[in-house]
Write a protein that binds this ligand. Structure first.
Ligand code: PMT
Length: 227
């Protein structure tokens, strides 16, 4: 047997949902279970990669044989991802990152004092976009795979994110389709590349999606390196 296909490749994967604290016992999060990111981590590990998993809130335990870094909020995830980019060859951004966080975090548990309560939110850093900008500024070249969770006009929104967030590949996820998206064992995705690559995958286990994504990345990366 020859070397495993991803031997020597350093793969960084984000998984799960970020947690944006309101007070010490309350927070804003989303339905991401971490399964999609975990499946990529397991598949990459089995193909011989050196895997780092940056995890937000997840439903299950992270797989063994990979380095696990905890990151609660989008801001923490941003810092944990950015500092590892110089030693990363491939990035998968499967985490569901909150776009907004509470402007103020209360130090103590908030009291019920009024009939109505408004929560003021501010924008979070966009990690995927920050990676694209870091690459453009000459930071080097991890191959970057973004995800796009959409409920309408899948292709249009995914292609817009591919361009705006400057990724090499975007995995468009119709999270409203039966058998796809948050929490499930299966997913249905379409994959679009910056140089016109497009592939629509049928409903598959997240592990099978992960295997196909890794193969696509290897093929596209090899093509880029041959140029
Ligand atoms: O974890 P599971 O239960 O298995 O579910 C899997 C999944 C549905 C969460 C996953 O397949 C998926 O689609 N992940 C991306 C979810 C998401 O945040 O999509 P988005 O369209 O809002 O964001 C687009 C991309 O930008 C994503 O790669 C996201 O990680 C990234 N992003 C978004 C906001 C932000 N502030 N920073 C980011 O990096």
């Amino acid at each position: 047997v020859g070397p495993k296909p991803l031997a020597g490749q350093r793969v960084l994967i984000t998984a799960g949902g970020t947690v944006e604290r309101i007070d010490p016992v309350r927070y804003i999060t989303n339905d991401s279970s971490g399964k999609m990111g975990f499946a990529i981590a397991e598949a990459a590990r089995d193909q011989g990669a050196d895997v780092t998993l940056v995890c937000g809130r997840t439903d299950a335990a992270a797989p063994g044989g990979v380095k696990v870094v905890k990151a609660e909020s989008a801001a923490e995830m941003h810092d944990e991802v950015m500092k590892r980019l110089p030693e990363t060859d491939i990035v998968f951004k499967a985490a569901a990152v909150a776009d907004y966080r509470p402007l103020r975090k209360s130090e103590h548990k908030m009291k019920k004092t009024s009939a109505e309560l408004s929560l003021e939110l501010v924008r979070n850093p966009d990690i995927l976009q920050a990676i694209g900008e870091w690459k453009e500024a000459g930071g080097g070249g991890p191959f970057v795979v973004g995800f796009a969770a959409e409920t309408t006009e899948l292709e249009k929104h995914a292609l817009d994110k591919l361009q705006r967030k400057k990724c090499d590949l975007i995995v468009a996820n119709d999270v409203a389709a039966e058998g796809a998206g948050f929490g499930l064992e299966t997913n249905i995705v379409s994959v679009y590349g910056a140089r016109g690559f497009a592939e629509h995958l049928p409903r598959m286990t997240k592990r099978a999606v992960a295997e196909r994504l890794l193969n696509i990345v290897r093929e596209l990366k090899e093509g880029m390196e041959k140029r």
